[in-house]
Design a protein around this ligand. Sequence first.
Ligand code: COI
Length: 355
Amino acid sequence: MEILIHKQLPNHKKLHPIDEGALGFGDIYTDHIFKMDYFEGKWQNPRIEPFAPFVLSPAAMVLHYSQTIFEGLKCYRHPDRKLALFRPQDNFKRLNSSAWRMAIPYLDEEFLLQATKELLKIDGDWVPSKPGSSLYIRPTVIATEPHLGVRPAKEYLFFIMLSPVGPYYPEGFAPIKIYVEDFYSRSAPGGLGEIKAGASYAGSLLATELASQKGYTQLLWLDSKTHKLVEEVGSMNMYFVIDDTIVTAPLTGTILPGITRSSVLTVAKDLGIKAEERSISIDEILETQKSGRLTESFGSGTAAVISPVGCLCYNDTVYEIGNGKIGKITQTIYDELVGIQYGLKEDTRGWVELV
Ligand code: COI
């Protein structure tokens, strides 16, 4: 399919330069957006347009029944100024897993990569170069058909928007405080936990807000049945370093199969760090914390990268991890992964896709 291009003049980045050192997450958007419609049984009208608000019917099904999915990937500026995506094909593959689960029509993964690259060719000068900054890419599908009955929509909009970002958490690469949630659940077997559906994130807002009022940056979700097994933090997969082995929850259908998670496990094994995917209970974590065997904890995600965890709060007791400092294994994994993403270390695994 040919992508039509309607360019915006003037270039806002040049008119209002951004302060790359002060970037937060998700509030600044680039000049253009990629869009494509689904109607009459096929995806059509791929186009790049100036970034602008949408016109949407108040009856659009996404507004009533949350039929929407999204992805998150990043574009990094390498020292030679080239633009590099990190494992983009994996994101588009996961977008289709999400689409299948939400009864949204399949999207051509190769074409989505091509569209992303076309958009980056136009808005590429928005990719920041300061360490820790990058361009966050948000592919999204929404059900646009106006209809109030409950069924999969027959019309959709797919779009890709771009946002120059700094650290996801205000702490940056510094230990965050996590509240262990033992009442509300993020997902249940057979539910939406392993896909990127807007609805999952909506369902996590109240508990996260309550934890935030107590001073915690994120929630650690436990399994919905026993409230004992550790699952994930809504924006990150989680890891616990016990006896020098990284332990992370297995992909049993209720947690997100993170692309950064898969990269962490690969990098760890290649560096000779032991890593296990197994069920781990909050009781085991607290016991190993008390006996000194739990030395580090961190989370991983596209937005969050690698985020050290300084303490967990469970049942009103605060458990400090690694004296609240960044652990050695956490730092090693961070350096290796970030090194590859920013082109400072050799990409021996074919993860980097130049634009
Ligand atoms: C990502 O890491 O890309 C995500 O989608 C998480 C989101 C909560 C920002």
